[in-house]
Design a protein around this ligand. Structure first.
Ligand SMILES: NC(=O)c1ccc[n+]([C@@H]2O[C@H](COP(=O)([O-])OP(=O)(O)OC[C@H]3O[C@@H](n4cnc5c(N)ncnc54)[C@H](O)[C@@H]3O)[C@@H](O)[C@H]2O)c1
Ligand SMILES: O=C(O)C[C@H](O)C(=O)O
Ligand SMILES: [Mg+2]
Length: 636
């Protein structure tokens, strides 16, 4: 772990050169602009009148000043009272909060979908205000625009669809993608989140409706990482792009639904499937060679294969495999610290994992590597670290007797003789495994709500750890393996709990709080993307992912950890993302992968990376914040 955090954050004189704010929209227009009476640099627009009010990027609604209304032919098209942006948000929030009366239940909010609709309509008409609202209230609205409500949105997408957002490439578009990609009105795209809809959260195959998850993830890229959604320059850039690759669906309900918006055919498979994804990758990297592509919610069958296929030559990563692994590692290290033990004790932890899909196997692979590194990074260390894991899937404990074992799970199959000595066998149930292994950690990435039943949690009471950890990481809320109430009430107060979806903390009585940490990859993917962008790294290496996870782990203080807090509050997500991105930039430079970004070349980046404080400032000054620019009309 770096000693980064202990260093004094001295002010840097060098930072003047970054103040041009690399991703800031007003900065890039500077060359063509002059200063207004208010002292702001104006943005030139080629639209007037209603066209501006209907443009979510330029629209300020009632916040247009009287001079702007005159200048842009808006006079009479808006109510006369000019509002400040704060007043606008207040008025909007009064409306949104009307739904709060029965919404005291947080994530199980009965009005979640109604709130999503209201926020989505705001997104459609005024993008600046939308992101202002989201950033200022991230703890409250991340569960609406993202997990868990985004799951409900995807399930109901056919009914909710209004305005298209993002791009759709389908199996019918084979041979056309290279030209289609030019239909997107931007010469630069920084970030793509792509899904094929085959495994949306724990909700299964939702076909084309899975676009909702790509949109939700990109909302966090804007809110948490300050990736500018659009840039106003000489031409428009839509810098974040949600993508749906529709190769069909195997969801019979959708196939029979005449209102379903996607291709009504079974999913392509085998070489045909790969050919579609290859064509998509070639098209987007040809048009935008520097784009970063985040793969999201692909069924495990393809998640690993596609990752291996592209990761050495493209700027891409799989969030479910790699982002989740990093978040889990940070949480697992936190759990060790919470037991009052040094982090170096991590390789001694016995970990039972329920779920051997893209997420579960991603986590055990990364945890094994972390253990091996702590044990000296030898081949022997790597080999022996695997014996700390017991992986259970839908067919029970995975051993080397398993027929047709998934090659990705094979390294973690328990030796049958050894298992026998522990009273276990191929296919042993989760409760048997927990009873016999008496693990320090029980981690769920199964997608099965309630899997950590009373019986399983009772068995965990026999853990050899003084403070066992329960990670119920499946999403959305109803798919969580157990709730924090269940965990604390059955296993006892002396546990560590984390879940993928947000839950409220538990009142343990006597002023004690049972912390329900949210262990979600949202803590990492925005920083991984931003750090990759700002370093200009050619690829996303294991080292960069490890640096991201370590920085997240270090974010929590010793005091917090001892109270049972292993992840920071979501309200800090922008600051966390800045830290994570800085760690990623540094690692990319150290590994000689960084080629620089915009006017900061590789050599300048190297200089910046010599000083921790400067890297942080570089990242911070590159993060976009939503503010209304002053608009001036210019004939197109
Ligand atoms: N918290 C996070 O950040 C995060 C990140 C990624 C995925 N997830 C969640 O993890 C879940 C799984 O994702 P995935 O991509 O690995 O899915 P997947 O479908 O690829 O894998 C699910 C695995 O669970 C196993 N399983 C099913 N029933 C089981 C049972 N009764 N007992 C034990 N194992 C069982 C399956 O055999 C399979 O191995 C989803 O709910 C997803 O939302 C959470
Ligand atoms: O989307 C999330 O909330 C986390 C994760 O990517 C998942 O698939 O569940
Ligand atoms: Mg996911």
């Amino acid at each position: 772990m770096s000693n980064f955090y202990n260093q004094t954050r001295a002010a840097s004189s060098l930072m003047g050169r970054f103040k041009r704010s690399l991703i800031n929209p007003t900065a890039v227009t500077r060359a063509r602009c002059f200063t207004t009476a208010e002292g702001h640099r104006p943005t030139l627009v080629h639209k007037r009148s209603l066209d501006i009010l209907h443009d979510p990027w330029f629209n300020k609604g009632t916040a247009f000043s009287m001079t702007e209304r005159d200048r842009l032919d808006l006079r009479g098209l808006l109510p006369p009272n000019v509002m400040s942006s704060e007043q606008q948000i207040e008025r909007f929030m009064v409306d949104l909060k009307r739904l709060e009366v029965q919404a005291r239940d947080g994530p199980s909010d009965p009005n979640a979908l109604a709130k999503w609709r209201i926020l989505n309509r705001l997104h459609d008409r005024n993008e600046t205000m939308y992101y202002k609202v989201l950033i200022a209230n991230i703890e409250e609205y991340a569960p609406i625009v993202y997990t868990p409500t985004v799951g409900l949105v995807c399930q109901n997408y056919s009914g909710l669809f209004r305005r298209p957002r993002g791009m759709y490439f389908s199996a019918e578009d084979r041979g056309e993608m290279m030209s289609m990609v030019y239909n997107w009105p931007a010469d630069q795209v920084d970030m793509i989140v792509v899904t094929d809809g085959s495994r949306i959260l724990g909700l299964g195959d939702l076909g084309v409706q899975g676009i909702g998850i790509a949109i939700g993830k990109l909302d966090l890229y804007v809110a948490a990482a300050g990736i500018n959604p659009q840039r106003v320059c000489y031409s428009f850039s839509y810098l974040v792009l949600p993508v749906m690759i529709d190769v069909g669906t195997n969801n019979e309900k959708l196939l029979k639904n005449p209102l379903y918006l996607g291709l009504q055919q079974h999913r392509l498979d085998g070489d045909e499937y790969i050919a579609v994804i290859d064509e998509f990758m070639e098209a987007v990297f040809t048009r935008w060679p520097n784009v970063i592509v985040q793969f999201e919610d692909f069924q495990s069958k393809w998640a690993f294969k596609l990752l291996q296929r592209y990761r050495n030559a493209h700027r891409m990563f799989n969030d479910d495999v790699q982002g989740t692994a990093g978040v889990a590692i940070a949480g697992l290290l936190g759990a060790v610290r919470a037991q009052g033990r040094p982090m170096i004790d991590f390789p001694k932890q016995k970990i039972v994992v329920a779920g051997a899909g893209s997420a579960g196997i991603g986590v055990v692979n990364a945890a094994r590597k972390t253990m091996a590194r702590m044990l000296g990074n030898t081949e022997h260390a790597f080999d022996s670290a695997k014996s700390q894991f017991w992986v259970v899937d839908a067919n029970g404990l995975i051993t080397d007797e398993r027929e047709n074992i998934d090659p990705d799970a094979l390294p973690f199959a328990r030796n049958t003789n050894e298992a026998g000595r522990q009273g276990l066998r191929e296919g042993s149930s989760l409760v048997e495994v927990v009873r016999q292994v008496r693990p320090d950690v029980l981690l769920g990435l199964s997608g099965v709500g309630g899997l950590f039943s009373k019986e399983v949690l009772e068995a965990l009471k026999g853990s050899t750890s003084a403070k066992p950890a329960i990670f119920a990481m499946s999403n959305p809320t109803k798919n969580a393996e157990c709730t924090p109430e269940e965990a604390f009430s059955i296993v006892g107060d002396n546990i560590i709990f984390a879940s993928g979806s947000p839950f409220r903390d538990v009142d343990l009585g006597n002023g004690q709080i049972g912390h329900s940490n949210q262990g979600n990859n949202m803590y990492l993917f925005p920083g991984i993307g931003l750090g990759t962008l700002l370093s200009g790294s050619r690829i996303i290496s294991d080292g960069m992912l490890q640096a991201a996870a370590e920085r997240l782990a270090a974010y929590i203080t010793e005091d917090e950890v001892l109270k049972g807090m292993i992840f920071p509050p979501i309200s800090k997500i922008r600051d966390i993302t800045k830290e994570v991105a800085a760690a990623v930039v540094k690692e990319a430079v150290e590994e000689d992968l960084a080629e620089g970004y915009r006017d900061i070349d590789a050599r300048e980046l190297q200089k910046i990376c010599q000083n921790e404080e400067e890297v942080l400032e570089y990242v911070e000054n590159s993060m976009w914040s939503p503010e209304y620019p002053t608009l001036v009309y210019k004939r197109g």
